[in-house]
Structures are given as C-alpha cells and as structure tokens.
Design a protein. Structure first.
Ligand SMILES: Nc1nc2c(c(=O)[nH]1)N[C@H]1C(S)=C(S)[C@@H](COP(=O)(O)O)O[C@H]1N2
Ligand SMILES: [Mo]
Length: 258
C-alpha cells in the first residue's frame, strides 16, 4: 500500500481507516454479512465506540469503529466444508469442557500483556461439526469487519483457546465479547475478537492486517525479532529478549550499567 511507503505509522493509519470507514458507511447500503450484524455500517455510531486505548496492565486494539456485539443478534454459525454445519448459541459454548490458561498476547506494536483466559478448545467445535477431509483452513469473521485465517492444524495445537472469560470475568466489550481466539504463538493481530462466524475452507483466505498493513497472513511470532514502529519498516533483531539491543550502544549514549 502506497500509504505505508510514505510514512509507516500504524496508529495514524488506523485512525485514517476508521474515519474513512465512517464516511463510507454513510454512503453505501449495508452489505449482506457472513454472520449477524456488521456494525461498520452503523451510521450514527456514538462516541463511546471501542477504540485503541492503553489501559494499565493491558491494551485495547480495535481496527474499526464499533459499538460492541448486540447479543440479541448474536449466534455462532460454523459452516463451510463440514458434515454438520450448525449455529451455536452463546449458552451452547458454555456446555464445552472449561479450560483455563495464563498466556501472553504479543502485539507487533512492541507491547505484550498476560491474562488468565478461560474457554474451550477448538477440538470441541471440530467434533461437533466434523470437517470434511478437504477442510484444511479455517476463516474467522468478526462483528467489526475484521477477519482472520488459520490452518486447521494450527488451531488444534496445545494452548489455542476460544475464550469466553478473561481474568475471572466475562470477556469485556473491549477485549472481544462474546468470543475471541487466543493463540499464544501468533502475534496479537491473529487473536481475533468479537467472532461472529467460522468457516472451514480448502484454501487459505487472507486476514485483515495482511490486506491493510505490512503483516503476514501467517503471523507466527519470530523469536529474536521485534517490530518497533519507530524503526522504519524493518523488523529489528533483538538480542535475547526486549532488555537489550544495539540502540543502547549508539555513539554518545550512556553506558548500560553492569
Ligand atoms: N475483531 C478484531 N479482533 C482483533 C483486532 C481488531 O481490531 N478486531 N485487533 C487485533 C490486534 S492488532 C491485537 S494486538 C489484539 C489486541 O487484543 P486486546 O484489544 O484484547 O488487547 O486483538 C486483535 N484482534
Ligand atoms: Mo496488534
């Protein structure tokens, strides 16, 4: 995207997209969504929409203006290349065995944060809908016009969780209510929030931040690499964690204490 060639600033970009989205939503009639309601089409979106915010202990990242999921409209259709397509209610999801884990969400913007996540394994859904042999990929649709894609194998790995609760409480509006994905080995952007539909496919679909930014569809965390927003477009090798890197040794900089 030309915009990124000029000046690589994801936050400014996010703002631009948000404003453009607001403008566009007043010009076009609602698109028929894959699932329930698409809040991007809300013309009179109030000021308290979910937006990027750094709050003590965690961070909120939301690419599009969005008021949160209206539960009177919500259901979870799981479809595509499956033997038994089905729409789950919110209550259905609490029928699966509950798993709790502490894991860290790592964003490409150089922050990370941990939480206690509670939910169920993707295998539980798989057992219900029975993917056909040709179903090798899974596409997630969100209520805020965000989308993600994974291989089915990745979703069956240990510690991938479909999350209903965070830190002992129901998932908040900001953090992805009613349902989000946590995949600790993927960058934050792969951890899709406000899920409204799941589709099994035979080819890999793209994802939001590969389409609108310079990020990969795969999004696997690369050990020893960070993505500082103030370091042009380049991923930066870091020397064993985030404590030390060669910036600390620039000429004239005070020596690090030993
Ligand atoms: N639906 C949806 N999911 C999303 C996003 C988004 O904008 N919309 N942002 C992603 C990004 S970039 C990050 S870093 C994490 C942030 O999760 P948090 O807001 O709970 O901290 O959510 C990811 N999932
Ligand atoms: Mo992110």
């Amino acid at each position: 995207m030309a915009f990124f060639k000029e000046k690589w600033n994801r936050r400014a970009f996010l703002k631009t997209v948000s404003l453009a989205t607001l403008a566009l939503s007043t010009m076009f009639a609602p698109r028929q969504g894959f699932a329930t309601v698409d809040f991007q089409q809300n013309k009179n979106i109030p000021k308290n929409y979910i937006q990027n915010r750094d709050v003590p202990g965690f961070y909120i990242r939301s690419a599009n203006p969005f008021m949160g999921v209206d539960m009177s409209q919500w259901g979870l259709p799981v479809r595509g290349l499956v033997e038994r397509p089905r729409t789950f209610t919110y209550e259905d999801l609490f029928g699966f065995p509950v798993v709790s884990q502490i894991s860290r969400l790592k964003c490409v913007e150089c922050w990370s944060a941990k939480a206690v996540w509670e939910g169920f394994r993707f295998k539980n859904l798989v057992d219900q809908v029975r993917p056909k042999p040709s179903a090798r990929y899974v596409y997630f649709q969100s209520a805020d016009s965000y989308y993600e894609s994974y291989s089915l194998d990745e979703l069956l790995r240990p510690r991938v969780l479909l999350v209903l609760r965070m830190n002992g409480q129901s998932l908040s509006r900001d953090h992805g209510f009613p349902l989000r994905l946590i995949a600790p080995f993927k960058y934050g952007y792969k951890n899709v929030k406000y899920i409204t539909g799941i589709e099994f496919t035979d080819s890999r679909k793209r994802n939001y931040w590969a389409d609108y930014g310079p990020y990969s569809v795969d999004g696997t965390i690369q050990p020893g690499i960070d993505h500082p927003l103030d370091f042009k477009k380049k991923p930066l090798p870091i020397n064993g964690g985030e404590v030390f890197h060669f910036f600390d040794r620039r000429p004239g900089a005070p020596k690090t204490r030993s």
